[in-house]
Design a protein around this ligand. Structure first.
Ligand SMILES: Cc1cc2nc3c(=O)[nH]c(=O)nc-3n(C[C@H](O)[C@H](O)[C@H](O)COP(=O)(O)OP(=O)(O)OC[C@H]3O[C@@H](n4cnc5c(N)ncnc54)[C@H](O)[C@@H]3O)c2cc1C
Length: 390
């Protein structure tokens, strides 16, 4: 087994570190306070080729894999962005890139993917509904067949970056739950314009990730054409999971980078802060151990995520590894941000210390894209052979 990174992989990390350093903690603090989309950062990501790392060369990408993508995301997060930068990659190379490159119609791939790689087109995805979160098969948004395609009606919630996206991957039922043989049947994917007639969105006020808006989305007789179908009509469940499993790899990489950043900020502060007898507070084990423990946990999550990404790139099953890595990374990030903040005492509560932003945004990693409980359900069923509990 060889754990060494190749020359190209090290160069990708270096490029990501450089871009990340150009948009460091102060940039993100200002964007977060202004509730503004980090457009300048995303432009730099696209200009340096980082957006298209894992996309086929035929569509403007670099033809590399998820392993190279997660290496880049971790460095961007660790350089100052924190975990939220992962969502930018989820929106674009995953919701747009994986969905289209693997399951899109050829004309859509040729038209949209090069624009995405160049930063000219951005994506979002609408899956979650007010009455269907982790129970995805219970979505009610319905695409009804018409003479020219479909007409969508329904409602989605928590959709990220709708006002800052051009295209939306919509997950809809094309057959009602009560009419299908299996509940995973009757689901279809569509890639539609966010500006389409009948599609409206309303912002949701929230705790963190302020650089990316969250919206409720309403579909009122939204017309969809044949060429906007992605994947197999009625049977897109497995195709949807190609998107959702790669989403986990990206989430994990960003969580690990953010945990690294929080620990670095906490250690730097603790090394210079003087306590009793003029000793640095970092000399106390009460300060050291929780940060060391978070570091140990994130190191395990990191190696597991590399394995998951490698398996994905080699077209082998990787759901167990991706889920396990995400579970560990979310815990490591929670502990790293919490303890880095605690190490700073009152200053941890100040915006200028940056850790409070990482701490707010970190909470999301335990819930999204999939809550920890659902990962443990998966591990219990698939890896331990235990019965389904729900
Ligand atoms: C900031 C933010 C951004 C998001 N972005 C997007 C986006 O861009 N697109 C999109 O489609 N969605 C998005 N989501 C939605 C997100 O994916 C869902 O919130 C998430 O999947 C959980 O669904 P839910 O909120 O409906 O929780 P629920 O499904 O209602 O679950 C609530 C709680 O019950 C627990 N639970 C449920 N079932 C079980 C069980 N069987 N065993 C044990 N525990 C269980 C869950 O773990 C959870 O803790 C976003 C959410 C947030 C907060």
């Amino acid at each position: 087994m060889n754990f060494d990174l190749g020359e190209e992989q090290r160069m990708i990390q270096e490029t990501a570190r450089r871009v990340g350093a150009d948009f460091g903690v102060d940039y993100w603090r200002a964007k977060d306070a202004a509730h503004e989309f980090p457009g300048e950062l995303w432009r730099a990501v696209c200009d340096t080729g980082l957006c298209g790392i894992a996309l086929p060369e035929a569509y403007g990408g670099s033809g590399l894999g998820m392993l190279e993508l997660v290496l880049a995301i971790e460095e961007l997060a660790a350089a100052g962005a924190g975990s939220t930068v992962g969502q930018l990659f989820i929106l674009n190379p995953v919701f747009g890139g994986v969905a289209l490159a693997e399951h899109g119609q050829e004309a859509a791939r040729r038209e949209y993917l090069p624009k995405m790689v160049a930063g000219e087109m951005r994506f979002c995805m609408a899956l979650t509904e007010p009455d269907a979160g982790v129970n995805t098969t219970h979505i009610k948004t319905f695409a009804e067949r018409t003479s020219s395609g479909w007409k969508i009606n329904g409602r989605k919630i928590w959709i990220t970056a709708v006002p800052d996206s051009h295209k939306m991957l919509v997950v809809a039922r094309t057959r009602k739950l009560e009419e299908v043989e299996r509940k995973t049947h009757g689901i279809s994917l569509f890639m539609i314009d966010t500006q389409r007639k009948g599609l409206t969105c309303h912002p949701i006020d929230k705790l963190g990730t302020h650089t990316l808006s969250s919206s409720s989305v309403f579909f009122d007789d939204v017309e969809v054409t044949e060429d906007e179908l992605v994947g197999t009509e009625h049977m897109a469940w497995v195709e949807l999971f190609d998107v959702l499993n790669t989403e986990r790899l990206v989430t994990t990489a960003a969580a690990i980078g953010s945990a690294r950043l929080a620990i670095r900020l906490g250690v730097e502060y603790a090394n210079q802060r003087r306590g009793f007898g003029n000793r640095a507070i970092s000399s106390y084990q009460g300060v050291q151990f929780p940060l060391a423990e978070a570091h140990a946990m994130l190191s395990c999550a990191r190696e597991m995520n590399f394995k998951a990404a490698w398996l994905c790139d080699n077209e082998r099953p990787y759901a167990t590894e991706a889920n396990t890595a995400k579970c560990l990374a979310a815990e490591a990030l929670a502990q790293a941000t919490e303890r880095a903040m605690h190490s700073m005492g009152g200053m941890g509560f100040a915006r200028e210390s940056h850790v409070e932003r990482l701490w707010r945004d970190a909470r999301l990693s335990q819930l999204v894209p999939v809550p920890q409980e659902l990962i443990l359900n998966f591990v219990a069923m698939h890896d331990l052979g235990m019965p389904r509990s729900y």
